[in-house]
Ligand binder design. Structure first.
Ligand code: SF4
Length: 546
C-alpha cells in the first residue's frame, strides 16, 4: 500500500502566514503528528484527521510513528512550526527512513513543504536586519556539543554575519546566552543592535529592541529568537536595518547617480570586488619596478572576514570534536589599544607610566606612534578590565586601526587654552569612530600651527576665536601635500557640528579602503566646500637623463 509523509512547516503560527500548500496538505492527510503546542496552533485547520500528539523531546518517536503509519498506506502530515527543514522534523524523518534502508521512489513517498522560519518572521517585525549575510545558530546543547556551538559563534562573530540565535535559553540552560554575548563582544561593540522577538505573530508576541551590551537585562526564553546585527546594522525610528551596501555605489537621496548604468559593473568602480583585487594583483606582478608581491594590503572585505572565519574552523569536521582542553578554546589574545593622557595634555604621569608597564607585562609592549598615542599591546582575556583600569587612571583609551584620531597640539602647554574645549568636544564626538581608512583630524590652537594640523586629512587652526578649515591633506607618500584651505573664519561654535557632518558623509559614501583625500577628490564637494585640483607638477629631466 502506498503511503505518504508530508512534512509541513506552518510558519510562525498565525493562519495568514501558513502557505496554501501547507493548508491543503493538512486537509489531504489521514493523520496529523505533532508536538502538543503545534497541534493546538493549527487546530482551526483540522477536520476529520486522526491526531497523534506528543510532548517535547519525543521527536524520534513522532518520526518513527509517521514512518510506520505511512508504510501502512496512510497519508501522514508531520507538522513543525517555522520551516520543517530548519531545526524541524524534515531531517529526522529522512534519517529514520534511511535507517530502514529506504530510497527515493520507495514507499512511502516524502514531501517537505517549506514554511516561514523564525529568522524571517522575527526580522520582519524588527525591520530589515538580515539584508546581508546572516546565519542561524541554535544554542541548544542537548544534541550538539557546546564546543561546536562555541566555535560557530566565534566564527560567525569574526566574519561579521548577522546572527539569529534559536533556542537561546530555557529553565536549565541559562549560561549559553551569556557565553554567546561574551564571545560576540570580542568582535562587536556593545552598541551593536540586537532584537529580541518572542512568539512572533502569536497572541503573546513581544518585541524588544536593545543592544549587545544590554541584551541580558531583558527577558529571554525558549520562545525568543535573538537577532544580533553586524557591524553595519543600525536603528532608525525603532527599525533595525542592515544596509546591503547600495550606498557604496548609489546615491540614495537623489535620482541622479554618480555612476552611469554601464559604469556600475566595472572593477575600478567596485574596488572591493574579487575581479578588482585580481586585477590589482595582476598589475602588481606585472610592475617593472619594485619587488612583485601577491600579498594583498590589509583587507577588511567581507570575503577576508569569511576566509578568516573558515581558517578558524579548519581541521574541524562534523562529529570530530577537537580534543583540546576547554580552557584552550578561548586563549588569551593580544589586546591592542591606543592610550594618551588627553587631547591637549601630552604629559604622562609617572604613575600612569608604571601602570602601562605593568599592563604590558613581560609579553606585551608599548609603541609610540605619530598620532600622539602609545599603543599598548598585552596578552589578556580581560580586555574590558584593562580599559576600565586605564580610564580609572585618567588615560584616554581609543581603538586602533581604521578609526578617527584627533591629533591636537598642546596649546603651548595649556597657555593658549581658548581652543581646548572645542578640541575636546570634537574628540568626544568623533575620536575612535570606525572609518574606511584611518583619518586624522589635526587641531592647532593658534595660527602658528606648529603641530602641523594643515598636513592632516582634516586640519583645524584656531585663530582669534574662529577656525580655518583645511580638507584633503595627503599625509604620507612621496607626493604628500597639505590639505586645501577651504574656509577661514568659521565661527567656533559651529565647528563641532560641521565636523560631525563631514565625517558622517565620509562614513556613508566612502568606498571601502578609500582615504579621505581621495574621497574628497572623487565627490568634489563636502558641506559646500569644493575640492580644488593641486597644481600640475613639473617633471625636470635629471642630469644623467635616466
Ligand atoms: S599651534 Fe599654537 S597653540 Fe598650539 S602649541 Fe603651537 S604655538 Fe601653541
Amino acid at each position: 500500500m502506498d503511503g505518504r509523509i508530508i512534512v509541513v512547516g506552518f510558519g510562525p503560527g498565525a493562519f495568514e502566514h501558513i502557505t496554501e500548500r501547507a493548508r491543503t496538505a493538512i486537509q489531504e492527510s489521514d493523520v496529523i503528528i505533532g508536538y502538543n503546542t503545534y497541534v493546538d496552533l493549527i487546530r482551526g485547520l483540522l477536520t476529520t484527521q486522526d491526531i497523534v500528539r506528543t510532548g517535547m523531546t519525543e521527536e524520534v518517536s513522532r518520526a518513527q510513528k509517521a514512518v510506520d503509519l505511512a508504510a501502512s498506506g496512510k497519508t501522514v502530515a508531520v507538522i513543525s512550526s517555522g520551516d520543517a527543514g530548519v531545526y524541524g522534523m524534515a531531517g529526522l524523518v529522512y534519517e529514520v527512513l534511511i535507517e530502514r534502508g529506504w530510497h527515493q521512489g520507495d514507499n512511502p513517498a516524502v514531501e517537505v513543504i517549506p514554511g516561514i522560519s523564525a529568522i524571517n518572521s522575527c526580522a520582519a517585525l524588527l525591520g530589515a536586519p538580515i539584508m546581508h549575510d546572516a546565519c542561524t545558530i541554535s544554542l541548544s546543547d542537548h544534541l550538539t556539543p557546546w564546543e561546536v556551538i562555541e566555535r560557530r559563534i566565534e566564527a560567525a562573530a569574526a566574519a561579521d554575519f548577522v546572527i539569529a540565535l534559536y533556542n537561546p535559553k530555557s529553565g536549565r540552560r541559562t549560561r549559553q546566552i551569556a557565553e554567546t554575548q561574551r564571545i560576540v563582544l570580542k568582535y562587536r561593540p556593545p552598541e551593536t543592535p540586537v532584537g529580541l522577538v518572542k512568539s512572533a505573530y502569536r497572541d503573546r508576541q513581544h518585541v524588544v529592541r536593545t543592544n549587545l551590551g544590554e541584551m541580558l537585562t531583558h527577558d529571554i526564553g525558549m520562545l525568543t529568537t535573538v537577532i544580533i546585527g553586524n557591524a553595519s546594522t543600525f536603528y532608525y525610528d525603532d527599525l533595525m536595518v542592515t544596509p546591503r551596501g547600495y550606498q557604496r555605489k548609489y546615491t540614495l537621496n537623489t535620482a541622479e547617480q554618480r555612476l552611469r548604468p554601464g559604469e556600475r559593473l566595472r572593477p575600478e568602480n567596485e574596488p572591493w570586488s574579487l575581479n578588482a583585487a585580481t586585477q590589482s594583483e595582476h598589475n602588481s606582478t606585472q610592475s617593472p619596478v619594485g619587488p612583485s608581491t601577491s600579498t594583498p594590503a590589509k583587507d577588511q572585505s567581507p570575503r577576508a572576514f569569511a576566509e578568516a572565519a573558515l581558517r578558524r574552523l579548519s581541521g574541524t569536521v562534523q562529529g570530530a570534536i577537537p580534543q583540546t582542553p576547554r580552557a584552550a578554546t578561548v586563549p588569551a589574545a593580544i589586546f591592542e589599544v591606543a592610550v594618551s593622557p588627553g587631547v591637549a595634555n601630552k604629559k604622562f604621569t609617572s604613575a600612569q607610566l608604571v601602570l602601562l608597564a605593568q599592563l604590558a607585562g613581560e609579553g606585551g609592549e608599548l609603541e609610540y606612534t605619530t598620532a600622539h598615542q602609545l599603543i599598548l599591546r598585552t596578552m589578556t582575556t580581560e580586555a574590558e578590565e584593562v580599559v576600565a583600569t586605564l580610564r580609572e587612571h585618567h588615560l584616554t583609551v581609543l581603538p586602533v586601526g581604521d578609526v578617527i584620531k584627533v591629533k591636537a597640539c598642546d596649546f603651548c602647554d595649556g597657555e593658549k587654552f581658548e581652543g581646548i574645549p572645542y578640541a575636546q568636544d570634537i574628540a568626544n564626538r568623533l575620536a575612535g569612530l570606525s572609518v574606511e581608512k584611518e583619518l586624522r583630524i589635526g587641531f592647532n590652537g593658534c595660527a602658528m600651527a606648529c603641530y602641523g594640523a594643515v598636513n592632516e586629512d582634516i586640519g583645524l587652526v584656531f585663530r582669534k576665536g574662529k577656525f580655518d578649515l583645511f580638507l584633503g591633506g595627503k599625509t604620507t607618500g612621496r607626493n604628500a601635500a597639505p590639505g586645501t584651505r577651504v574656509a577661514e573664519g568659521i565661527p567656533a561654535e559651529e565647528v563641532p557640528d560641521l565636523m560631525e557632518r563631514i565625517i558622517a558623509r565620509y562614513r556613508e559614501d566612502a568606498f571601502p579602503g578609500e582615504r579621505f583625500h581621495k574621497f574628497f577628490q572623487r565627490v568634489g564637494e563636502i558641506e559646500g566646500f569644493v575640492h580644488q585640483d593641486r597644481p600640475a607638477i613639473v617633471i625636470a629631466d635629471s642630469v644623467c637623463g635616466s
